[in-house]
Design a protein around this ligand. Structure first.
Ligand code: DX5
Ligand code: ZN
Length: 219
């Protein structure tokens, strides 16, 4: 399995986003954390920034929407050209219909679950998704510590993919760094979001390459 590394611009300099994207041009996806100060207690960026970023980089945009009412607000991110648009299972009213809307707007559809949210209630719904984002911290802030107790959920998702029940990327987000990425890869993740571990590094591109190598060695 080829690991995909998705640096999160939450830890980048928001006044220099084009340059920050250039600094990780060797990444696979660029992870964009959209927060509305309702679903999570933090406020970041929205659609206008995603539209501008789309023009400023060739990296595929991986938009992680930590927002209420994604049924209404998520499809425009797909229309703006995001490669993958992930909504939270806890926030979506009709996740089946929402996945269809995201796909018909040309994006991959992603469903995210918070650390305390089980997979079981969403197993049917997930057959219509391309990405499952397993949060390995409570959503809202970068720089938090990786929650290893979430790894059984990653394993469970990978088992469902291997048995053919699901066909999707298993993405982990939160606290991923050189120390934790191997455990996440070994549990079956194939997309790795890393914010502080990449953008706090002296050489962000080298940090991406290093994370990729560790994930490939462990997965
Ligand atoms: C947290 C965000 C993450 C965050 C990860 O709610 O979804 O994408 O940027 O940051 P690190 O890698 O620093 O934990
Ligand atoms: Zn995220």
């Amino acid at each position: 399995m080829q690991p995909l590394i998705a640096p999160s611009i939450l830890s980048a300099d928001f006044a220099r986003l084009a340059a920050e994207a250039d600094a990780v041009a060797n990444a696979d996806w660029l992870h964009v954390d959209v927060m509305d100060n309702h679903f999570v207690p933090n406020l970041t960026i929205g659609l206008p920034v995603v539209r501008s970023l789309r023009k400023a980089t060739d990296l595929p945009l991986d938009c992680h929407l930590m927002i209420d009412d994604p049924d209404r607000w998520a499809p425009p991110y797909a229309e703006a050209g995001a490669r993958n648009v992930t909504v939270h299972a806890e926030a979506a009213a009709d996740p089946v219909q929402l996945a269809r809307a995201l796909r018909s707007a040309g994006a991959l559809a992603g469903l995210a679950v918070k650390p305390g949210t089980p997979l079981e209630p969403y197993l049917d719904v997930l057959t219509g998704y391309d990405t499952l984002l397993v949060m390995t911290v409570e959503p809202g802030f970068g720089g938090q510590e990786f929650l290893a107790e979430v790894l059984p959920k990653v394993r469970e998702a990978r088992r469902r993919v291997e048995s053919g029940h699901l066909r999707l990327h298993v993405e982990v987000d939160g606290g991923i760094n050189a120390t934790t990425i191997e455990a996440a890869a070994e549990a079956g993740a194939d997309v790795f979001v890393a914010g502080s571990a990449v953008f706090s590094a002296a050489d962000p591109a080298q940090a991406v390459a290093d994370l990729r190598q560790r994930a490939a060695g462990a997965g």
